[in-house]
Design a protein around this ligand. Structure first.
Ligand code: BG6
Length: 489
């Protein structure tokens, strides 16, 4: 697909413009895009929500959001330029007649209409039907859909059916903000632009792979949503499986969206199902109890604001995933993610196989294997752990573990590292679907996740407690130990 040489101006309509996502992420990302000079002069941003605000009061809200979440000072002249793009429209999204207002406030002859669905999924249907009824959509209009896209395979199909009854496949952009993260994208470069990795990336050289997405945050006022969702659906179904597909896929024919989707789908199809028979061996669920993070006491999951004290929802999950294909036969992929972990850390660890024979036994009885560690966040970078001779003229060769360390912020001092949302909003405005997820991927991921969820329900095992501020229940360490492996901590 040929992309436009220049970006087109857009009417970016944010449904749920006053919500958490909009305030914490979207507005901040749009401001950063302004800072990078990525927004076309005529692009406008229209926040839509049900509260009684005006464009003027929304502009104040947007300024407050930037002050709270930008992590930097809001530059005055930039703010003037940015705020001139902002407008607010009050609407009840369930009332389809009200959507006719878009005929007055957007202009498809001048700008591409990009509809961002930052609302609960039950509203997706209304937005699609309302927009269709208003007659405002054209072939260039687009929609961007936030997760969760459903709660299961069945509910995700319902959502996708409604969306596709109004938007054609090339108009529907399903977002996973992890796919916009610099370091996730760099996996393509690392794997397919460096022959040392392309030729050493399979069961012959790799012993195991670990993907950790540790979060420091707890439930942050979203107890009800989270309790119905759990960490498996909230994080594994999307972010972790997407990272896994980037690590495990075959080289795509080129960088076009379809080529990448084709390879990702093959990986998702090859995931060995986890069922009632193997669920206890392949999964660990956990729930945090009260504890300490950075020296501060924090409550347990069941003591959070709004909690149902009987809940058995997991806030931690560890999985052993087997990929049944030629490349990965016999290589376990360990996935781990949880709330209120020791710290925020997202990383991929590629553990290479042990050497067949050790000629350094006098100084090192067991040679540790090489590791490639990809730090996705924070402190983006790549590290290779290897053994080196300690310089010296002693008769014995003495070895020491060392690392080749490539920190992105040191190496690319003059390049700004943008966040996932910045990149993806820009790509949606540009009409480039490469970094978005296809319907097929989402449905395949749900099929695999539903089976685990089902097995948990039938196994009746309660989640294992773990104190906040740790790396989860000890059972997750035991799961790896059974295969002679351990987590990189
Ligand atoms: C969201 C989840 O998709 O990702 C949240 O719903 C989670 O529960 C968040 O906290 C993590 O994103 P990031 O970019 O902070 O790692």
């Amino acid at each position: 697909m040929k992309l436009p040489e220049t970006f087109e101006p857009c009417d970016l309509v944010i449904f749920g413009g006053l919500g958490d996502l909009s305030r914490r992420k979207l507005l901040i990302s749009l401001y950063r895009l302004e800072q990078g000079n990525f927004l076309e002069d005529d692009t406008r941003i229209i926040a839509v929500d049900r509260l009684d605000e005006t464009s003027d009061s929304f502009i104040k809200i947007a300024h407050e959001s930037l002050t709270n979440f930008l992590g930097d000072t809001v530059e005055d002249s930039l703010w003037q330029k940015f705020s001139a793009r902002l407008a607010y429209q009050k609407m009840d999204l369930t009332q389809h007649d009200q959507y006719s207002v878009f005929n007055d406030i957007t202009d498809s002859s001048q700008r591409v209409m990009v509809n961002y669905f930052a609302v609960a999924p039950f509203l997706f249907k209304h937005i699609c039907q309302g927009l269709e009824k208003s007659g405002v959509l054209t072939d260039t209009s687009r929609m961007v859909m936030e997760k969760p896209i459903g709660h299961s395979l069945e509910s995700s199909k319902e959502i996708n059916d409604v969306v596709e009854s109004v938007f054609k496949p090339h108009q529907a952009f399903r977002i996973d903000h992890y796919l916009g993260k610099e370091t996730v994208l760099n996996l393509l470069a690392l794997r397919f632009a460096n022959s040392i990795f392309t030729t050493n990336w399979d069961h012959n050289t790799i012993e195991s792979v670990q993907i950790t997405v540790g979060e420091e945050v707890g439930i942050e006022g979203r107890w009800e949503y989270f309790d119905q969702t759990g960490q498996l659906r909230d994080m594994v179904q999307n972010h972790l499986l997407q990272i896994l597909t980037f690590v495990a896929m075959e080289p795509p024919v080129n960088l076009e969206a379809q080529s990448i989707h084709n390879e990702k789908i093959k990986v998702l199809n090859a995931l060995r199902p986890i069922t009632l028979e193997n669920v206890n061996e392949k999964t660990v669920r956990g729930q945090y109890t009260n504890g300490f993070q950075k020296g501060k006491a924090v409550p347990g999951y069941l003591e959070e604001e709004g909690a149902n004290t009987e809940s058995t929802t997991e806030s931690f999950v560890a999985l052993q995933v087997d990929i049944d294909n030629w490349r990965w036969s016999g290589v376990p992929f360990y996935l781990r993610t949880g709330k209120r972990m020791m710290n925020k850390r997202t990383e991929i660890v590629i553990n290479f196989k042990k050497l067949p024979h050790n000629i350094f036994t006098e100084s090192y009885r067991n040679l540790p294997e090489n590791k490639l560690i990809i730090h996705l966040q924070p402190n983006e970078g790549i590290e290779i752990q290897m053994l080196n001779k300690i310089p010296g003229i002693d008769e014995n060769i003495k070895l020491q573990k060392t690392k080749l360390d490539l920190s992105f912020s040191d190496t690319f001092k003059n390049s700004k590292i943008f966040g996932g949302y910045e990149k993806l909003i820009l790509e949606a405005m540009r009409g480039n679907p490469t970094l978005f997820i296809s319907r097929e991927e989402i449905e395949q991921a749900w099929t695999w996740i539903d089976s685990i969820q089902d097995a948990w329900q039938h196994s009746k095992e309660e989640p294992k407690p773990y104190p906040a501020g740790t790396w989860g229940p000890t059972a997750s360490v035991a799961m790896l130990a059974r295969a002679g492996h351990d987590w990189e901590d």
